[in-house]
Structure formats: C-alpha cells, structure tokens
Design a protein around this ligand. Structure first.
Ligand SMILES: *[C@@H]1O[C@H](CO)[C@@H](O)[C@H](O)[C@H]1NC(C)=O
Length: 508
C-alpha cells in the first residue's frame, strides 16, 4: 500500500507538471492567420516548422522549450508551426523536411538556423544572431559582454583607426555565427584591461580566461587567432566536437580513458605538452567507455585503456602511441616531439597480401597502390565491412560480375576488386558500407563513386560508361532478368538501412 500511495502522488505531481508546462510554454505556436503579425512585431524570431509524428521534432521539443525560456528575457522569440495543419504556410517558406528551423527578421529576411539542436546551442546561437556583427563595448557593459558566450572577442581600437576597425568588422561579419564580437575606442577602458591599443582580446570561460592578439590587423591572422585561442587547450572529443577537430587542419592528439577522473588526471599531466604545441596539434580527451570503438580507427586496441594516438587529419594518417608503454609526461613529450619532427612512421593497418588471387581481386592496405593505381586498368573497388548485411547481399552478384569480366576480352583491362575497409587503412574517406568506386585507367585521381542499384547489369553499365575502355562483357545467355529488377526496386530502402548501419557502427 505504501508504494501505491507514493506512486499516486508521484503521478499527480507529474500530471500537474505537464499541465503547468503546457500553460506556461514560452514557445509561441503560430498559425497561418497569426504568423505574419507575430513575425512583423518581433525583431528576431526563431521558427520551427514541425510535424507531430516526427521523431527528431519530439527530441528537440524539450530543448526548444528550455531555450525559449532562457531567450525570453533577451527578447528573442521562439515559435513553432505545425506543418500538418499549416501546409501552405510551410510551403511558402520552402520547408522540405522536419524539423526545419529558420531565423526571421521580418517576413523578407529569412535565413536557415545552422546551429545544433540543444538548448545551450540554440541559446548561444540566437544571442549571437541578435547582436550586431560588432557590438559597441563600454566600461558599463564590458563585464556583461564578456559573459555573452563561452568565447567573445573584443577589439580595443583608436577612435580614428579606420583600417583596423574595418578589418575587424570584416572578420566579425564572417564569423558572427561562431562568436560575439565587440569593439571599443575608449582608451581608459583599454588601459584598465591592461591592453595596448590596437589589440584584440579573446575572453573565454575556460583555461587561462583570455588571450590577446597584438599582431598587425589582418583578416586571416585574426581568424586563425580566434580559432586557435577559442579551442580549449585540452578539449573533449565527442559527437558535437568531432567534425570541428577533423576540419581544423591540424593533427588531433587523443587521450583515451575510461573515467572522467582518469581523463582529468591525464589531461593535467599532458597539459605542458599541449601548451607547447598549441595551434600546431589539438589535444583532447575521449571517453573510452562511450567511444572506445573509435580507438580501432587509430589502430589502437578497443579493449585496453588508457591509450594515446595522434591523427594527422588532412592525410588521415594514424600514429598510435605504443599500447604497452605507460602514458607519462616524458614519454608523450618524446613521442609528440618526434611526430612533429617527422620521425614517427604512420601506422598502417593491413591484412596480409593474398598469396594468390581468384575471382574478385582482394585488396589490402599493402597492395592497394599496386592494384588500384595501376594506370593501365579500370579498377572497380568495393569497400566493405564484415558486419555489413548489404555487403553480404551484394557478394554473389559481385562474384558474378568478376567472373563475367574474367571470361571476357577485357580480362586484362578491368579489375573487379574488394577491400575490407575495417581491417585495412585506405586513403579514401568511406561514408558508409558498401561504397563502390571506379578508378578509371589514366584518371586515377578522379575516381567515380557508384550510386546506382546493386545489380550486375547496372554495375556493368557503370563500368562501361565511366571506365577508359567502355568495357562490357558479352552477357551470359541465362541471365535472370527478373531477379535483378526485383533487387533494384528495393534499392531505396537499402540506402536507408545502410545509413542506419553506419550510425550504429560509427558513433563519431
Ligand atoms: C568602427 O567603425 C564604425 C563605422 O564607422 C563606427 O560606428 C564604430 O564606432 C567604430 N568602432 C570603434 C571601436 O571605433
């Protein structure tokens, strides 16, 4: 009885939260007849076009509510439009999928929302959108401005320094989605901040709190400064930061560890090394419990942590630190210094080269160049993963394709090959499995990715069309046409499933 009483009370409490939540929502639900008026009477509105059945919309809902509440006091309004009821309105604004988020400054100035769909990200993004590209900073608002985001930039300028002002404004216009920018020409304020004019201060709520740019004002130099100084000395790799690290243009050093405590300790230990290589190598910890599988991509074991590796993100080369060695400041310093000096060889994961080739040619990392880049041959390569169901389904057809070319006059001109991309490092960026590419003879630097249905016929047409030799084997007499058309019908579902498989197996 005790249980059921507290259960009932909990349910009552839960029910009332729901009711009061609905009553006090800060998100404005708009309809066709209220939309224009609402947009026109608010300076800036973020609008979500949604459908009630859409899963991503449901996931966004609580985040959106939270952001709406936070942004209310900044007078930034969040609205939503149910496209199953307001179809025409949604069509007017070119809504094609759900949720679609757009920023309105009046009904004519509409831009896509490009931030993430989390409360904190929405809040930060919208605050930056609501500010002018460069805000005027004074002694009265400086402290508040510093807190506008995790990172803000303030230029301290001479009142008559038009050139510096212009350069800074250009950078601000370009990067306004990333950081709030402010400027001041108050000499006293600069002095109070201990700054010589002109310079730019990047204030941040982590690491050393601020960084100062005192070089000559130049757009590229300021941009680089903003990027470098805003990256935490030792950050964290996760789904939200991974793509930024990969596109940073500099190597990433990973510190894998199971617990937050261990990660903190190791980060502390390696901080001086990160400091010494700031702007040259990014350092970040990674939760080995959640993303341990990623260690395999760096040629590290997935069951032994802590571990350390450097990834050269431009050429996608991996430099794992010896898994048997202890991670200490001295050992990592030597390893990182050697890496920078070009003394560490990239690790290449490869299966052994097959002793003899039969049927589909087997590519491994060690024979990749010899086979794929053979300039006299059109080489079709299937990048597969052993766990991938669609790869298994393709296998018999792919065998058939190889057999047809082997039996034809093109046997020395066309190679049908496959590579297990989970067991071999390949230079190609593989987005999902299977990925099929043709490396045409004479045009090895222009591979063509296959996107047709996975049937023998269509693969042959692809090779014929894109290869140097226009090679088409004489069709076998008893080819079963009904089977191949059946599989092409289901190809769109396959792409969907392939995407799912990819997300399941590659979380970052
Ligand atoms: C920069 O130039 C703009 C436009 O002339 C001006 O409004 C602004 O006050 C200047 N900023 C500073 C800090 O001098």
């Amino acid at each position: 009885m005790k249980y059921s009483k507290s259960l009932i009370m909990a349910l009552v409490a839960f029910g009332s939260t729901l009711v009061s939540g609905a009553e006090t929502s800060d998100v404005h639900q708009l309809k066709t007849d209220t939309f224009d008026e609402f947009i026109k009477s608010n300076e800036i509105v973020l609008a979500e076009f949604f459908a009630p059945w859409c899963g991503h919309c449901k996931a966004l809902a609580p985040e959106y509510e939270e952001a709406a509440t936070t942004l209310k006091e900044k007078n930034i309004k969040l609205a939503k439009i149910d496209c199953t009821e307001e179809a025409e309105l949604c069509q007017t604004y070119g809504v094609e999928g759900y949720p679609t988020l757009k920023i309105f400054r009046g009904t004519d100035n509409v831009v896509a929302y490009k931030g993430q769909r989390k409360a904190a990200a929405i809040t930060s993004y919208m605050i930056k959108q609501s500010l002018p590209a460069v805000s005027t900073v004074t002694k009265d608002n400086l402290e508040e401005f510093k807190k506008a985001d995790k990172v803000v930039l303030v230029a301290y300028l001479k009142a008559d320094d038009k050139a510096a002002n212009e350069t800074f404004t250009k950078v601000a216009e370009k990067l306004r989605d990333n950081y709030p920018f402010g400027a001041s020409s108050d000499a006293e304020l600069a002095e109070a901040e201990g700054i010589t004019v002109p310079s730019i201060v990047l204030y941040k709520d982590f690491d050393e709190g601020k960084a100062v740019f005192t070089e000559k004002f130049d757009e590229a130099a300021i941009e680089k400064f903003a990027k470098t100084a805003s990256t935490p000395l030792i950050g964290e790799v996760g789904p939200e930061t991974y793509s930024d690290y990969m596109s940073a243009g500099i190597p990433l050093a990973y510190i894998f560890a199971d617990t937050a405590e261990e990660r903190k300790e190791l980060a502390e230990e390696l901080k001086p090394i990160a400091e010494a290589h700031r702007g040259v190598i990014n350092f970040a910890t990674i939760d080995a419990k959640a993303f341990g599988a990623h260690a395999a991509n760096l040629n590290l074991p997935t069951d032994k942590f802590p571990s350390f590796a450097i990834q050269e993100t431009v050429k996608n080369q991996k430099f794992p630190f010896d898994i048997e060695s202890k991670i200490t400041k001295d050992a990592i310093k030597t390893f990182v210094d050697d890496f920078v000096a070009g003394k560490v060889e990239p690790s290449i994961k490869s299966e052994p080269i097959p002793e003899k080739q039969e049927g589909v040619t087997v590519i491994v990392a060690k024979n990749y160049n010899d086979i794929v880049l053979d300039d006299t041959k059109d080489v079709l390569v299937e990048f597969y993963a052993p766990w991938c169901g669609h790869c298994k389904a393709l296998a018999p057809k792919y065998d058939d394709l190889a057999a047809q070319y082997a039996a034809s006059e093109f046997k020395d001109k066309v190679v049908i090959a496959k590579v297990d991309a989970t067991a071999n490092d390949v230079p190609d960026e593989i987005q999902g499995f299977p990925t099929i590419k043709l490396f045409p003879a004479g045009k090895k630097d222009e591979p063509v990715t296959y996107s047709g249905s996975r049937t023998v016929e269509d693969l042959i047409s692809f090779i014929k069309e894109n290869g140097k030799y226009g090679a088409e084997p004489i069709p076998a007499a008893e080819e079963d046409v009904s089977e191949s058309s059946a599989s092409s019908v289901s190809s769109s579902t396959k792409t969907e499933e392939a995407k799912e498989e990819k997300t399941k197996h590659d979380e970052l």
